[in-house]
Design a binder for this molecule. Structure first.
Ligand code: ZN
Length: 348
């Protein structure tokens, strides 16, 4: 792991690399931002850059990066460095006070072999109140050569007293182009598949990798076909057919996959609805003549342009919000998939 190989976050990585080079990195940090954008990896890269035995430096720009290959970098990568501690939630989903007490206790000693001890607390919002309180004094005044990085997608769940003692860095969602590029370069995705996965990942490389399978690409294909169909279906019968197509495909695939029937129908339908939402957003952009690179589903432009001619602004707004409501009904209110698609078919 190195800053230069990290996907996205260029400005923020520049800040960190400069602060490490100049020795001005704040010792208590919160890395906040959505899940799956690389916060924990960047925290561990900070640990590497601080402890690297042959750091890569750019004197003119005042940057220091890790080499990624020395013994120190490799130990950190493999979780074996005695001065770099990763605290993560236990199986029950919480971070107890004991591991926090342990890392706090260690700060009484000098780092064993590195230049700096770096403690990374992943999903720090899962610390109980007692665990957070046990950290307070250390966060306020960490002993020299100790850095604490609290990683969280939900910084608002940290105690105010914890947050106020830390310097918070906000990680933004990744651009879909960045995700697609990373999927192709590092995870062996074909371009079409990578773009499909990136389009549905909501700025999270982690989510893209997790769920990027043929299912995602297929969801997008189904959603595209449905959108085209919706521009043609004028009467009620045609509309219901649109809804049925959305559900049928989803249901069939869900059942084949894991035999859970209803539950997986729901999951597969939700993936298709997200695809639909992403396509409608692009259709909106096409009607406003936005720059081409703003399109998330750029590779489907030829299919979406004819759709854009059928949709005026009002219809787009209505369709877009209907898909959002359908998703909420399905996922939050446990509505029947059939009722959801029958309703949605008349809103597109
Ligand atoms: Zn190194």
């Amino acid at each position: 792991m190195t800053f230069r190989d990290t996907v996205g976050h260029r400005r923020l990585l520049g800040l960190l690399a400069r602060a490490i080079k100049s020795g001005s990195l704040p010792p208590s940090l919160v890395f906040a931002g959505p899940d799956g954008v690389g916060k924990k990896r960047v925290a561990l890269t900070v640990a590497q850059a601080m402890n690297c035995l042959s750091p890569v430096e750019d004197a003119a720009a005042g940057l220091r990066d890790a080499c990624g290959t020395c013994i120190s970098c490799r130990k950190i990568e493999r979780g074996l460095h005695p001065d770099v501690k990763l605290v993560a939630p236990e199986d029950n989903g919480s971070i107890k006070i004991e591991p926090i007490r342990e890392v706090v206790g260690q700060t009484a000693y000098r780092p064993f072999e590195g230049r700096a001890r770096v403690v990374v607390i992943d999903q720090a919002d899962l610390m109980g109140e007692d665990a957070q309180n046990a950290l307070l004094k250390t966060l306020e005044e960490p002993p020299l050569r100790n850095v604490f990085i609290l990683v969280t997608a939900r910084p608002m769940l940290l105690l105010d007293t914890v947050r106020s003692r830390c310097c918070q860095l906000r990680f933004a969602p990744l651009a879909s182009g960045e995700i697609a590029t990373a999927l192709m370069a590092r995870h062996g995705f074909a371009e079409r598949e990578a773009r499909a996965a990136a389009a549905l990942a909501g700025g999270s490389l982690g989510r893209a990798i997790e769920s990027a399978t043929g299912e995602m690409a297929e969801a997008r294909a189904v959603a595209t076909a449905i959108l085209i169909e919706a521009t043609r279906a004028a009467d009620a019968r045609g509309r219901l057919a649109v809804g049925a197509a959305l559900l049928q495909t989803a249901g069939k695939k869900g059942k084949e996959k894991d035999g859970k029937g209803q539950a997986s129908d729901r999951g597969a339908l939700a993936v298709r609805l997200r695809a639909l939402s992403s396509l409608l957003r692009d259709v909106t952009l096409l009607t406003t003549r936005a720059p081409e690179q703003a399109l998330v589903n750029l590779d489907l432009r030829a299919e979406l342009e004819p759709v854009a001619r059928y949709y005026d602004r009002d219809r787009l707004v209505r369709a877009f919000s209907a898909v959002g409501r359908a998703l909420a009904a399905l996922e939050r209110h446990n509505a029947s998939p059939k009722i959801v698609v029958d309703w949605l078919a008349f809103q597109l």
